[in-house]
Design a binder for this molecule. Structure first.
Ligand code: GLV
Ligand code: MG
Length: 303
């Protein structure tokens, strides 16, 4: 398993050849998708494809997750019943789209517990909730704290935009800048999601960037996600992985700054001071905590 969660490559559940490519990719997480990238006519057959890929491909460099279908729809129950007993131990999380309530998370938690108990699986699979409606955003804290299985909140930008009747302001509607609004119309949404997820101790993951040929646009969007406190971002095309990984990897400049802060603070402490300065910038305990976070990220990535 990969300890990082910078890039999450989503691959359609029915496209076997894409799974093999994903297994060889540099994505931290690979998500086999039974939901929106898998057409209704393929959803049942895709379960077997996903099962074979999870069991037979080498996922040792990745974290593997599975997006099931909407719990309120006709496919999710069988997705869980058919797949968890067989591939549960290979999965870090089940990714749940269109989550509407904490009650749905309780339901899934009980179902997973029953299946794991029956199959003798002693590593409980985690849950990631995709927040993609106004109601889910309003109840994000209850959802995040519904069960100890919760690991991540994920933002579903396109479904969220549809749920609140935002205009389709770019071709894909997946987070490309549109200039219609002074500022980013989703700023509050991002911040609320990050607030609720982090307050509950979860990782918070941003939606994909829809235009997979626009590397520059992706770079800006991913840098903005990181600046707000997101832990990672989905990729919908292998070409997006490198850009996303880079955006969520502390830059050399950031690492140098963190080291300078830690060094300056150590010196200040040795001479009995609680705060110091580098040039005209104040350094205190809070600066140290940020610097330590940078170093922890670097250590997780390169150790
Ligand atoms: C992802 O699921 C989205 O709706 O953007
Ligand atoms: Mg969606």
């Amino acid at each position: 398993m990969n300890p990082n969660r910078r890039s999450i490559l989503s691959v359609p559940g029915h496209r076997e050849s894409m799974h093999a490519k994903a297994a060889g990719s540099a994505a931290d997480v690979v998500m086999l998708d039974l939901e929106d990238s898998c057409p209704p006519g393929e959803k049942v057959a895709a379960r077997e494809v996903v099962k074979a890929s999870a069991l037979n491909l080498d996922w040792s460099r990745h974290t593997l997750t599975l997006r099931i279908n909407d719990l309120a729809g006709p496919f999710a129950l069988r997705d869980v019943l058919d797949l968890i007993p067989e591939i549960g131990p290979k999965l870090d999380t089940v990714v749940v789209p269109k989550v509407e309530s904490a009650a749905q998370m309780h339901y899934l938690d009980h179902l997973l517990t029953a299946l794991e108990t029956e199959a003798g699986i002693n590593k409980p699979v985690g849950i990631e909730a995709i927040i993609e409606s106004a109601r889910a955003l309003r109840d994000a804290t209850e959802i995040a704290e519904a069960t100890p299985r919760m690991k991540c909140l994920v933002f579903g930008v396109a479904d969220y935009s549809a749920s609140i009747n935002m205009p389709l302001s770019s071709i894909s509607g997946h987070g490309e800048a549109d200039g219609l609004y002074p500022g980013d119309p989703l700023h509050f949404v991002y911040s609320r999601l990050i607030l609720c997820g982090k307050a509950s101790g979860l990782k918070v993951i941003d939606a994909p960037y829809g235009n997979f040929r626009d590397a520059e646009g992706l770079k800006v969007a991913a840098a903005r996600s990181r600046a707000l406190g997101f832990d990672g971002k989905w990729a919908i095309h292998p070409s997006q992985i490198e850009v996303v990984n880079e955006a969520f990897t502390p830059s050399e400049e950031e690492v140098e700054r963190a080291k300078a802060v830690l060094h300056a603070f150590e010196e200040a402490k040795a001479s009995g001071k609680g705060a110091t300065a580098i040039g005209s910038s104040m350094i205190d305990q809070a600066s140290v905590r940020m610097a330590e976070d940078v170093m922890a990220r670097v250590n997780a990535l390169f150790s």
